[in-house]
Design a protein around this ligand. Sequence first.
Ligand code: SF4
Ligand code: SF4
Length: 245
Amino acid sequence: MSAQTSDNNLVASPDEPDNPDAGALTNPEPVADPDPQLWQRKKKGPLAESLKAVAGFGVTFRNFFRPYVTEQYPFEKVPTQPRYHGRHQLNRYPDGLEKCVGCELCAWACPADAIYVEAAANTPEAQYSAGERYGRVYEINYLRCIFCGMCIEACPTRALTMSNDYEIWDDNREDLIFEKDRLLVPLNAGMLSTPHPMASGTSDMDYYNGSVTGATPDQIDWVASHRPQDASLVSAGKPAQEVKA
Ligand code: SF4
Ligand code: SF4
């Protein structure tokens, strides 16, 4: 016979005739104490005992005759693995608009509470990202960051990625809180500095799907009429090879 517990699990009854473990459930065999010799170290002979102190230097002596492996950092920098988790960067679309939409998912995903984001709405006169909102304030506290990469996994637009730069140091706490000016990637050749409108007739999904491949004439005209001195106008919309030449 089986009894039924409150959460519907069947429990073997000790009275059940065809249950071989019935007795074991009620009268478990006492477990014998383990052999006290089991974990005892074997006694060494008198010679080994007397050489114990010298044997401690065995690793040191062995390494005397091996080639040096000292890395000459910072004079010789060691390349990282391609997917090394280094300093973060905030990316842009090919026309220069920021990918970050200020959703704060990266900040929520961070186990070290190292990210602070404050979003603001884009307006027709000040459009910084391809979407409704952009990250007006974006900070990463490198005194807290453990470089786990959870934040970049959480980012829905691939705005946040990690570079291979591992030289993050300073002599004061304040400068180890990186703000947007140090996290946002510089403009690539052909990009237009923000703010400027999205490419006409496109949505944020077109940007996300890679349909926007560079600054359009409409965007260039808009920046030329609002900021005629903008340095990015010189190369905006031109292919990278043309800009380099
Ligand atoms: S790498 Fe990890 S600890 Fe650093 S900011 Fe991203 S989620 Fe936080
Ligand atoms: S970096 Fe990505 S996850 Fe973080 S606020 Fe910007 S869009 Fe959202």
